[in-house]
Write a protein that binds this ligand. Structure first.
Ligand code: OXD
Ligand code: MN
Length: 596
């Protein structure tokens, strides 16, 4: 058992807040996390002794551990996630709202004595590298050792954060307790004005690792709006062409739609030597640089990715990344204490499923939970970009809005201009996935993949995106991409994964100042013709690719009508420029597709 250390800071703001929380939660002991390797070893041993972590086979997966969450606590819970601003209008129509007074009252009630018999861990952490001018400091208080060990992978924690904080009052206050894991007493509350997060009743990643969705997206987007920058749900990649040119691409995709795979893509050999390297797989903070370009950093230090579907064919870099020093949550276990999930080669024998029950080969129930996860240090990634830790970030040439749509949306569309690009992001849609509790397979609008993460009013967020244009002299181009369109036979029209490099190549060519690739102008944007894509060595039929690229006027008329409902739902703050953009698209679609 680690003993409580002396308080490692003289920061009175921090000390008095920790005292206040300790008085409320009455833990048996308080432990300040220092982030050292010795500490990690001791905490890991403690977690193993407590049964929170199960060591995996050290021959197969050295220094890696397995964890199961409570079966009622396996995903982010959007119904119980709140933005607690003084007025409901500030939170807007896409967020759940509670008044700060009401929320603090409930949270205090649930947290009162919630840590009795437990340790209160205090985790100082930095999102961003310690030397980055854009880094943000948070302190997470938690009673979950699992959270401490995961935060260690996902952020820079301990002494380094306290050193940077010094005596400043400027840090995010993140209070987390698993309490009694009762779903009816589960709240994830954000107080943007107070720079405070309070999460109770859940130990699941996105609800409990407060540096990630809560701070780096919801709270950060609120700061970004006030301060003139963007906090986005985006992967970031470096693409090096065979000629040695480097380009940086950002992509917002809904949860569980392949951001990690895209950021680690292995290009097909037929394309002659492209290289993709990862900067980030989930979050990008973007600011305008002195040269008028948009610069992005990944504030995270690791990857908290969806495990099922990851295999040597879909993402070989991820499989290598997961070979050691990882934590796996809610996957299945093999008899020799290794991990397994759906999408891997069939297991040699029977398994133990994510609930800890025996699982027979061929069983219809999934062995791994569909939202089971790996937590992997960034440095494990064999394709990590040398720019991944660049404190000032990388200049972005192109922004992708990823849909997850089986119909209507072509493989790729380039926007006519910035306003149209923002429109495409604001209306992007997705079929729901297992990363969010609730129905799977329904279409929902997921603007900029930020529906669950905008920390303020969505209309104001769109206006902020529009306004960012005025700050740049060399803005990135914007595109929608959709790897998920299906043919009438229900099969995907585009093979995806590594082959997406062909789409990226077109995007990069379209975004470069010399504009090397051609396109067809359609009423909804520029779409590549078959001959504009490099399809050398592609296994898919050109007929399928053609269908993946098609703009169907009837489908788009319906789509644009549906956008009106969406804007209606968002309310009066949707910028006029986007409403007019919709009407313009619809009118020109009708005008150009009606027979004479
Ligand atoms: C995630 C998510 O965990 O988007 O990254 O849900
Ligand atoms: Mn995400």
């Amino acid at each position: 058992m680690l003993v409580a250390k002396d308080r490692p800071t003289t920061n009175t703001h921090l000390l008095s807040w920790v005292d206040e929380m300790a008085k409320l939660c009455t833990p048996d002991r308080i432990y300040w996390v220092d982030g050292s390797d010795e500490e990690n070893k001791a905490l890991t041993e403690e977690a193993v002794a407590a049964g929170v972590l199960i060591p995996l086979n050290p021959q197969k997966r050295p220094n890696s551990f397995y964890s199961r969450s409570d079966p009622n606590d396996v995903a982010r819970i959007e119904e119980l996630t709140f933005i607690c601003t003084p007025t409901k209008e500030e939170a807007g129509n896409t967020n759940n709202w509670m008044s700060p007074q009401d929320a603090y009252g409930r949270l205090r009630d649930i947290s009162r004595n919630a840590m009795r018999g437990r340790t209160m861990y205090v985790i100082p952490y930095i999102m961003g590298t310690a030397d980055s001018p854009f880094a943000m400091i948070g302190i997470e208080i938690t009673d979950s050792i699992y959270v401490v060990l995961n935060m260690r992978i996902m952020a820079r924690i301990g002494k380094v954060a306290l050193a940077r904080l010094g005596d400043s009052p400027s840090f995010n206050r993140g209070m987390h307790t698993v309490a009694d894991l009762d779903p009816s007493r589960r709240y994830i509350c954000h107080f943007p004005q107070d720079d405070t997060i309070w999460s109770v009743g859940s130990g699941y990643g996105g609800n409990a690792l407060l540096g990630k969705k809560c701070l780096s997206l919801r709270i950060a987007s609120y700061h970004g709006h006030n301060q003139g920058w963007l906090a986005e749900h985006m992967m970031l990649l470096e693409a090096e062409s065979p000629e040695g040119e480097t380009h940086f691409v950002a992509g917002a995709f809904p949860s569980a739609s392949g951001k990690t795979n895209l950021a680690m893509l292995v290009p097909p050999e037929a394309l002659g030597g492209w290289k993709i390297r990862t900067i980030g797989d989930d979050i990008a903070w973007m600011r305008v640089g002195d040269d008028g370009r948009l610069y992005a950093v990944n504030p995270e230090a690791g990857f908290f990715g969806v495990a099922p579907g990851t295999n040597y064919r879909t993402n070989p870099n991820a499989m290598r990344m997961l070979e050691h020093d990882c934590i796996f949550t809610n996957v299945a276990l093999t008899p020799d204490m290794d991990i397994w999930w759906e999408g891997m080669d069939p297991p040699a024998g029977d398994l133990i499923d994510w609930k800890g029950k025996p699982w027979k080969r061929g069983s219809k129930e999934p062995a791994a939970h569909p939202n089971s996860r790996f937590t992997a240090p960034m440095d494990n990634n064999p394709a990590l970009s040398r720019y991944a830790k660049d404190p000032k970030g990388v200049p972005i040439s192109a922004i992708l809005w990823g849909g997850r749509r089986t119909t209507t949306v072509p493989l790729v569309v380039e926007s006519f201009n910035w306003t149209h690009g923002v429109y495409l992001g604001a209306t992007a849609g997705a079929e729901t996935t297992a990363a969010i509790a609730g129905a799977v397979g329904r279409i929902r609008r997921d603007p900029m993949a930020m529906l669950a993460f905008i920390g303020y009013d969505a209309g104001a967020y769109f206006a902020h995106w529009l306004a960012m244009f005025g700050r740049m002299t060399d803005p990135p181009k914007m595109f929608i991409v959709n790897w998920f369109r299906k043919g009438d036979d229900g099969r995907f029209l585009w093979p995806g994964y590594g082959e997406n490099m062909r789409v990226l190549k077109w995007i990069i060519d379209r975004s470069s100042p010399t504009g090397r690739a051609g396109a067809l102008e359609t009423p909804i944007g520029f779409v590549p013709r078959l001959s504009d894509l490099d399809l050398r060595g592609l296994a898919a039929s050109t007929d399928a690719v053609e269908r993946a690229l098609r703009v169907d006027p009837a489908e788009w008329e319906k789509e644009l009508e549906a956008h009106a409902d969406w804007f209606e739902k968002l309310g009066g703050t949707v910028p006029e420029a986007l409403r007019l953009q919709r009407r313009l698209l619809l009118s020109s679609l009708k005008a150009t597709s009606s027979p004479h």
